[in-house]
Design a protein around this ligand. Structure first.
Ligand code: SAM
Length: 331
């Protein structure tokens, strides 16, 4: 079988799909207070287009899909899309990333379709601080979703973007979430994707500093083995049911084992979070091109994958400064 292999001999088997650019939170590290300019619906890929493209990717060896956004549950009939993606031959796992605001009512269906995992974004365990960071008063709803996920036994990871003067003081409390719960709590370095070109991101909280903080409070913490393509370095605190992860999203120390490619909400392929988009696949899907022709174009697109996120960022041609919101890219 043909597979997607980049010039650095990395096999691409993981596709992240942003299904919408809309979000019902306004996390300041992701978008400005007034939000971003949402695109007309016709600019977004239809479900049929997403399913067709995922099927082509599966025929090229992609095995795992992650659906994200924007907030994926804002898209109508999102569960119906998941159900179809689960049926694609070759796709072994379908995961979602959600902020948990609209998710709770769908937990039973998520469980029924056999969702393989949910990443829940949670930047604070303090109701008021949560409100300040997300500019919305949805803390209780998100916590209800977390409890519900665990009640259904759905594999769950928490994503916390660690930020100086905002929530860094909560790292230890957040880590304790994994004491009684069988979840992975992941601490993410803030990246410059906040929908403007005056990013607030100063790397005050690097992966090194996050680990120091954890070690100072949990001296018996140990490193776990994890798959090389996992961007998170995993840790275990003895006696804790769950584990911890640190994701050097800004330091980009994991690029060497990258196995992923991204599809933005507007139908652009990104070989790297930090590139500015390498293929307008929406136009291809809306042209007379056959699946075989699209397959060949995808194979050659992966040939443009840069060695790492630093090179990808440096080689940006149009938008030298990163001005995208993570909401469009999908995180
Ligand atoms: N709305 C969904 C959610 O909140 O999980 C999915 C989309 S969101 C863009 C996906 C992930 O990207 C979230 O975990 C979020 O915390 C992370 N993210 C967004 N902006 C980021 C930034 N500037 N730096 C690091 N992570 C970011």
């Amino acid at each position: 079988m043909t597979s997607l292999v980049d010039p650095w001999d990395r096999t691409i088997d993981y596709l992240r799909i942003a299904v919408t650019d809309r979000c019902n939170l306004r996390c300041f590290y992701c978008m400005p207070a007034e939000g971003i300019d949402y695109l007309p619906k016709k600019e977004l890929l239809t479900y049929e287009e997403i399913i067709r493209l995922s099927t082509v990717f599966a025929s090229l060896g992609v095995r795992k899909l992650r659906l994200t956004g924007g907030e994926p549950f804002l898209r109508r009939d999102f569960i119906a899309l998941l159900r179809e993606l689960k049926k694609i031959p070759g796709i072994d796992a379908v995961h979602i990333t959600t902020n948990g605001v609209l998710t709770y009512p769908y937990l039973e269906e998520l469980n029924a379709i056999g969702i393989d995992g949910v990443n829940l974004s949670l930047d604070s365990l303090d109701k008021q601080n949560f409100h300040q960071i997300t500019r919305r008063d949805e803390f209780d709803t998100v916590m209800k979703t977390l409890d519900g996920l665990l009640d259904y036994g759905i594999s769950t990871k928490i994503n916390m973007v660690v930020m100086q003067d905002k929530n860094a003081h909560e790292v230890i409390e957040m880590a304790k979430l994994a004491r009684e719960r069988k979840i992975s709590v992941r601490f993410i370095e803030e990246m410059p994707f906040n929908g403007s070109d005056n990013s607030t991101s100063k790397q005050n909280w690097s992966h090194i500093k996050i680990l120091e903080e954890l070690k100072a409070n949990f001296p018996s913490i140990t490193k776990l083995d994890s798959h090389p393509s996992n961007p998170a370095t995993l840790y275990q605190i003895p006696g804790h049911h769950g584990n911890l992860g640190i994701i050097p999203a800004y330091s980009r120390t994991f690029c060497g084992a990258c196995n992923r490619i991204r599809l933005t909400a507007t139908g652009t392929i990104k070989n790297c979070l930090y590139d500015e988009g390498v293929l307008d696949v929406k136009s291809l899907l809306r042209s007379t091109k056959s699946d075989e022709q699209i397959r060949d174009i995808l194979i050659s697109t992966v040939q443009k994958k840069e060695k790492d996120g630093f090179v990808a960022e440096k080689n940006r041609m149009v938008d030298k400064n990163i001005t995208e919101s993570m909401s469009t890219i999908g995180g």
